[in-house]
Design a protein around this ligand. Structure first.
Ligand SMILES: [Zn+2]
Length: 328
């Protein structure tokens, strides 16, 4: 697609989630992606756009201190972005709508900053999964990301699916019940995100574990589950069950080869740290997805824990930067 495929280049990949920002230097050579250096994740405590800008500027400054970033900068972000890289909004950061990371970083660093490419985190993660996850490579894939919210993306017929208005992949807002639920981040009710994303899991688990609401973290819940707490394991399973209903609806419509599930919740729900054992969340999601799917689809679709459970968006956005505008 682009020239200089044999030339090694360094790309700064930044992944903006609802509660933290991850980043890494990624090397590209001959269509292979290598994580060269991982920066420590930074929590977004205030959840304001002003704080988010400070964090991203610091990451870029740190990266420029050790690399020319000759491959460019990629920003994977919560919330959709349009084809020009303008963020169209996010439920997690007030004032984020209309932001251009290219303009912000050019104003701060001038021409030292290369081209900045922006994509929604769900789509970046789907692309990274399609390129590098052994179970999804080269196939029709629907990729779910479960973290502070639930998002995702699809690669169909080797094409990343953007939708007509760049809004594709709002998997968190698949309705899983007609009942009146607490309000979702979208303002609606009955969305899977209300049951299966981090805040919902913690709210539910805090009650089960006898903790005050708001005092439990996902890391603590993961520790409790791995130590054998049935209540903690059950909180992941219940959430996974709800996610499976959404997956069942999606596969009935799209009929993909494979569904992959990644993100911070999946990493936390691994019985074994390397991901080779039981995953309380994914296993429950796969079982309920098969119940919700039409038999002919349930028989054929594969549902897996994502191999790049936390890094798919970093790899995917690096690949999108490398491929340039008008990606495949
Ligand atoms: Zn919603």
């Amino acid at each position: 697609v682009t020239a200089n495929r044999d030339q090694p280049r360094e790309i700064l990949a930044i992944d903006i989630g609802g509660s933290r920002v991850k980043s890494a230097l990624i090397g590209s050579q001959d269509d292979r992606w290598q994580l060269l250096h991982r920066f420590a994740p930074v929590a977004v405590a205030e959840r304001s756009f002003a704080e988010l800008q400070r964090i991203v500027v610091e990451i870029v400054a740190a990266a420029l201190a050790q690399s020319t970033l000759d491959g460019g900068i990629g920003v994977s972000t919560t919330g959709p972005a349009d084809a020009a890289g303008i963020v169209l909004g996010s439920g997690f950061f007030e004032g984020y709508a209309g932001a251009s990371w290219h303009r912000i970083l050019r104003e701060r660093f001038g021409s030292r900053v290369p081209v900045v490419r922006v994509a929604s985190d769900g789509r970046a993660a789907a692309w990274g999964t399609y390129l590098e996850d052994p179970q999804a490579k080269g196939r029709n894939v629907a990729h779910f990301v479960a973290g502070t919210g639930i998002g995702g993306g699809m690669v169909l017929g080797s094409q990343l699916f953007d939708g007509s208005h760049n809004f594709a992949g709002a998997f968190g807002h698949i309705k899983v019940t007609a009942a009146m639920t607490p309000a979702c981040s979208c303002g609606g009710h009955g969305c899977v995100e209300v049951f299966a994303a981090g805040p919902a899991i913690l709210r539910h688990a805090a009650g089960e574990l006898g903790r005050k609401p708001g005092t439990l973290t996902i890391a603590e819940l993961a520790d409790a589950a791995r130590a054998g707490s049935q209540a903690a394991q059950g909180a992941f399973r219940d959430a996974g069950h709800w996610l499976g209903r959404a997956i069942g609806s999606l596969v009935n419509i799209v009929d993909p080869d494979v569904v992959t599930i990644g993100g911070g919740i999946v990493a936390a729900a691994d019985e074994l740290a390397d991901g080779s054992g039981v995953n309380w969340y994914v296993d429950a999601a796969a079982a309920s997805a098969r119940e919700a799917a039409l038999p002919r689809i349930a028989e054929r679709v594969q549902i897996h824990r994502a191999a790049l459970v936390n890094d798919a968006a970093l790899i995917g956005i690096a690949a999108l930067v490398h491929e340039g505008p008008g990606h495949p």
